[in-house]
Design a protein around this ligand. Structure first.
Ligand SMILES: [Ca+2]
Ligand SMILES: [Ca+2]
Ligand SMILES: [Ca+2]
Length: 289
């Protein structure tokens, strides 16, 4: 380590000088100027329909539905499902904002709350198609009220498997575009899916399941016009881990950040990821200067 000149940094006046610089640089931690915004289209969307057998689905339909229909539709429920692909966002990125935009294209009764809640299990999108919300006979791999993948991979409990945590909530009135978020939980959802893509099963789009005719219709990816849009803002990971503040340069600011976090497990300053900010991390900064 001494070959990088650490010993003289770590003693006496030099150390005090670096601590002073570190205190100035402290405010720069996280002040990362690099931010990227992407708009993603859904890669799957579907509707669960609580009708009696035979199973119905809307995998390839132009719309998804959320809420309860009227007595003419047997007062059954609709639950939307929607999933996005984050492979265009580099691993190690930090998500800072997430907004979901959906176009609500038909409505029966009043303003209703529609919630986004993580799906806890994978589900499919088959070729079933109908123009209305009544559904069509389920096709292979369709998500239905009973099956994650029709015909033989059932949900543990009919109606899907959703987190009890509401990630974002929106009051939906008349026809038009609506935006959910950004919320802390939406950001956490997308961050978890970027960090662990195998856990990405999308969100349930869940409406008022009590009131008759509360159902809301949203354009699906098949609509071809007002498709779902997920707007994600993120900071990509530094090209060089020694660029602690991710500003494109390894310099005194990075050194100061390491010194200010000395002896801690600060994830940003712990360049070699061994849970301790120490001389090894300092050496990595100096080596990449
Ligand atoms: Ca679909
Ligand atoms: Ca830097
Ligand atoms: Ca370390």
């Amino acid at each position: 380590m001494t070959k990088f000149g650490i010993s003289h940094v770590a003693d006496g006046k030099s150390r005090l000088r670096w601590i002073f610089i570190a205190s100035l640089a402290g405010g720069l931690i996280g002040a990362n100027a690099l931010a990227v915004t992407v708009t993603l289209g859904s890669v799957k969307d579907a509707t669960l329909i609580s009708d009696q057998l035979p199973e119905l689905a809307l995998g390839a339909a132009y719309s998804i539905y959320s809420g309860r229909v009227g007595t003419q539709g047997n007062s059954t429920l609709r639950r939307g499902l929607m999933q996005f692909n984050f492979s265009s966002i580099p691993a190690g990125s930090t998500v800072t904002s997430v907004q979901l935009k959906l176009y609500m294209s038909a409505s029966q009764t009043g303003t209703q709350t529609v919630n986004l809640q993580k799906s806890l299990l994978s589900w499919g999108e088959g070729a079933s198609f109908a123009f209305g919300g009544g559904g069509a006979p389920a096709q292979t791999n369709d998500a239905t009220w009973w099956n994650r993948f029709y015909p033989s991979q059932p949900w543990p409990t009919p109606g899907g498997s959703f987190s009890t945590t509401v990630s974002a909530s929106k009051s939906i009135g008349g026809v038009g575009w609506y935006t959910w978020g950004s919320t802390t939980q939406l950001v956490a959802d997308v961050q978890s899916w970027i960090d662990q893509p195998q856990s990405n099963f999308g969100w349930g789009v869940l409406g008022n399941e009590v009131t008759l005719q509360s159902v809301k219709r949203f354009d699906a990816k098949e609509s071809g016009a007002n498709n779902p849009q997920l707007i994600v803002m993120y900071s990509p990971p530094p090209a060089n881990p020694a660029d602690v503040n991710n500003d494109g340069r390894v310099d005194g600011i990075d050194l100061a950040i390491v010194l200010s976090a000395w002896g801690t497990s600060n994830g940003q300053a712990d360049i070699n990821d061994d849970q301790l900010v120490d001389g090894v991390d300092l050496a990595l900064v100096l080596a990449a200067w």
